[in-house]
Ligand binder design. Structure first.
Ligand code: HEM
Length: 136
């Protein structure tokens, strides 16, 4: 498994742990009130599990397993996938800052734009790798 996939998948597991922890706290809070500020963590729960876990795990496995173009000695434009990894995680924390930490709608919007940038860079990296067994 390539180094970048190891990073993506390990970081995804950290988000899974964080997301489930906040989910469990929120669920408990519904029955036994724990702290009034806890509902503010719902957007972080959603962000960590959808983007941090599901999207990031998918990216990690895709980077590893999609066909490697034999015209290239390595995976083509690997730097694009590395940029995607950085942008995705930056975007997640901007979204959490804009929602849970109340940094404002501009920060939230910036986070969503950065996340969209991550998807664009990841797609650019993988585009050449979406080929049949015959390389077509
Ligand atoms: C991959 C797993 C998960 C994903 C993608 C996920 C996603 C979400 C989303 C999108 C919402 C908002 C729903 C809405 O507003 O209608 C939500 C709410 C919630 N989630 Fe999760 N969740 C996951 C796992 C969990 C787990 C494991 C727990 C508990 C241990 C949990 C506890 C909660 C609670 C308590 C709420 C608030 C429900 C309410 O509004 O009353 N979630 N989750």
């Amino acid at each position: 498994m390539p180094r970048l996939s190891q990073w993506l998948i390990r970081v995804a597991f950290i988000y899974l742990l964080l997301g489930f922890t906040f989910g469990a706290l929120l669920l408990t809070h519904k029955g036994i009130p724990l702290h009034p500020a806890l509902w503010g963590w719902l957007p972080a729960h959603i962000e960590f599990l959808l983007m941090g876990w599901i999207v990031q795990l998918t990216m990690g496995v895709a980077f590893w397993i999609l066909p490697r173009y034999w015209k290239h000695p390595r995976r083509p434009n690997e730097i694009y996938a590395q940029i995607a990894f950085i942008l995705l995680n930056l975007g997640i924390w901007l979204v959490v800052a804009g929602t849970t930490f109340r940094a404002g709608s501009q920060v939230l919007l910036a986070g969503r734009i950065v996340e969209a940038g991550a998807i664009v860079f990841f797609a650019l990296h993988n585009w050449e790798r979406i080929v049949s067994r015959e390389g077509m």
